[in-house]
Design a protein around this ligand. Structure first.
Ligand code: PMP
Length: 432
């Protein structure tokens, strides 16, 4: 039984000086009830909180820690870089090396610009797509989250759903009017929107595998259908691979599904845990970015030497250890099989979506293929399940509308522990 009086006290204190007590909304446990745990350290598969509790981890900093926490190869690279100063604001060799590596790894990227977060990456990519096409409108999908840029907070996923403010105050109607939305996996709806806004759509942006309404896979033909439509209509296809990049394959979902967008946005794993994002794509498009071209985008700390060192170490490791992906896939499959077995024993028929090292359990028996079907999940039951798992020392994302991430630190033994906890927590979650 994990109890956390120190975390509770810290959360009370935090609320006096930090909005809601946290620096990013979903950390506040609003969707699941209870108070967040305040962490002090993490290593491999475990995080440790202020009360000395240990948790087996399936958030992994919301994605970056694919090798588990404090992976030596990343830690060492950071330690080596620190004595040379934390920031220059001038170019470095390392920035070329990481750009070349990204170009090598990600099929769609011929040129890349480093930024400091996934939010910056998507905001910038859409600006470039608009500058390149001379068009204003953008199509996004219901339940997809692309960071908190104004034009993306329309029918957005992740914390925006959890807080019940998918259309945030502070986003002007003017901005909202340029964002068109379609249901995920609905190619016909996209075609209709494009037809109704002929020659006005600059970009279609999506998570090729959606991770911000829980995990939702693209239906067969959906990604290729968007690719064909964009080619035909002169629209820039942007894959937001902030979650899936370097996670589903060295080249992300675009490699896994064999569909190449015009632009790609990246984050999370690319920084190995440091604040990094990136956007890239065809040379012809990226040459519109300042100072090569007229579309302005800049950053005081962009390409930061410590962050680049962490990212470089992470990406090099992943590129030279392709077996990571088969191992992660196997671990995740074993977890999913165990969960299905538990449900069978309990006579339950909930939906589990998974691909590679990402998975979500939805408390509904419907297939989950878009935001509407994701919303059929019993979120109160999810809350009970989450808290039961937490009590058993398993740390999940504190919202139904998130994907879980498996790291290489999850051993077969831990898979068994997880499956056992899952069976017990499912039973508890059924009790009201
Ligand atoms: N795009 C996607 C697909 C994401 O999952 C996220 C964050 N979870 C973002 C963009 C925003 O990235 P950041 O939080 O680094 O700004």
């Amino acid at each position: 039984m994990k109890i956390a009086p120190i975390s509770e006290e810290l959360f009370q204190r935090a609320q006096n000086s930090i909005p809601g007590g946290v620096n990013s909304p979903v950390r506040a446990f609003r969707a699941v009830g209870g108070n967040p745990r305040f962490m002090v350290s993490a290593k491999g598969p475990y995080m440790y909180d202020e009360d000395g509790n240990r948790y087996m981890e399936f958030i992994n900093s919301w994605g970056p820690m694919i090798l588990g926490h404090a992976a030596e190869v990343v830690q060492e690279a950071v330690q080596q870089a620190i004595p040379n100063s934390l920031s220059f604001g001038a170019p470095t060799r390392k920035e070329i090396e990481i750009a070349e590596l990204i170009v090598d790894m990600v099929p769609s990227i011929e040129k890349v610009r480093m930024v400091n977060s996934g939010t910056e990456a998507t905001m910038s990519a859409v600006r470039v797509a608009r500058g390149y096409t001379g068009r204003n409108k953008m199509i996004k999908f219901e339940g997809c989250y692309h960071g908190h840029g104004d034009s993306f907070l329309i029918a957005a996923g992740s914390g925006a759903i959890t807080l019940g403010v998918p259309d945030s105050p502070g986003v002007t109607q003017g901005v909202a009017a340029d964002t068109l939305t379609a249901p995920f996996n609905d190619l016909e709806a996209v075609k209709t929107l494009v037809e109704a806004n002929k020659d006005q759509v600059a970009a279609i942006i999506l998570e090729p595998v959606a991770g911000n309404m829980g995990l939702v896979l693209p239906a067969p033909g959906f990604l290729q259908g968007l690719r064909d439509l964009c080619t035909k209509e002169g629209i820039v296809l942007i894959f937001d691979e902030v979650m899936t990049g370097f996670r589903l394959a060295p080249g992300g979902a675009q490699q896994l599904f064999g569909v190449t967008p015009d632009m790609t946005t990246l984050g999370k794993i690319i920084g190995g845990g440091m604040p990094v994002g990136a956007y890239g794509g065809k040379k012809e498009i990226m040459n519109f970015v300042a100072p090569a071209g007229p579309v302005y985008q800049a950053g005081t700390l962009s390409g930061n030497p410590i962050a680049m060192s962490a990212g470089m170490a992470m990406l090099q490791y992943l590129q030279s250890h392709p077996e990571v992906y088969t191992t992660l896939e196997q671990t995740t499959t074993n977890m999913v099989n165990g969960m299905n077995q538990n449900m069978q024993e309990l006579g339950l028929n909930f939906t589990i979506n998974h691909v590679g090292s990402m998975f979500s359990i939805f408390f509904t028996s419907q297939a989950v293929t878009d935001f509407e079907s994701a919303k059929t999940s019993d979120t109160a039951m999810f809350g009970r399940y989450f808290n039961s798992m937490l009590q058993r020392g398993v740390y999940l994302a504190p919202s139904q509308y998130e994907s879980l991430f498996v790291s290489t630190a999850i051993t077969d033994e831990l898979v068994q522990e997880y499956i056992k906890a899952n069976g017990e927590a499912l039973k508890e979650a059924l009790l009201r």
